[in-house]
Design a protein around this ligand. Sequence first.
Ligand SMILES: [Zn+2]
Ligand SMILES: [Zn+2]
Ligand SMILES: [Zn+2]
Length: 199
Amino acid sequence: MRLIQVSLMQLVILLSANSSSVDNQASGVNIPALIGVILFCIHLYLKMFKGIDLLAPFTRFLNNLEGKKTNDSVKENQEHDANETSHTFFCKFCGNEYSSIDSMTHSSCSKSPYDRHIAYEGEIGKPYICEYCGKEAVSLACLSETSCSKNDGRSHSVYEGKKKSSYTCKFCGRSSFSISSLVETSCDKSPDNKHLPLK
Ligand SMILES: [Zn+2]
Ligand SMILES: [Zn+2]
Ligand SMILES: [Zn+2]
């Protein structure tokens, strides 16, 4: 995405330079190019110091136009967006989206065992996996829709660790290629007899 932005700015500067070669050659001052550079500096300043990305809506529009991306690159973009707009927080129990942790505390959460929304700290991008039963869902909200057979009838509890090729129980060390196969048996080292994947 940054590449697109840089090339866009280069384009703006190039265009400005071309038009100026006709109008302003005599004066020796390349005013449109100067304006382009100033705009670029303002953009950089806002982005680096104020966290405002003036080109974000435009680049998002460009990305929409490109519609034919692979799942991987779409996922990368989502993750990139989530990093850039680091002021987006999701409740790990209901999946609601908030602009700040503070705004998350203003309402109660019907899906949370603590009645409060709690910020999700795991990776952004599907699948979201229940750490107790291994159920996978495309979003946090979808994961919270059904109750979990291995969580005493409460909602599923999302796994917040990295996705791996092998998951290890934090209590007994049993390993398995998926969370759902890890939790198939009961754990004799865990306080509630359930394996729980290490993050
Ligand atoms: Zn919630
Ligand atoms: Zn579950
Ligand atoms: Zn275990």
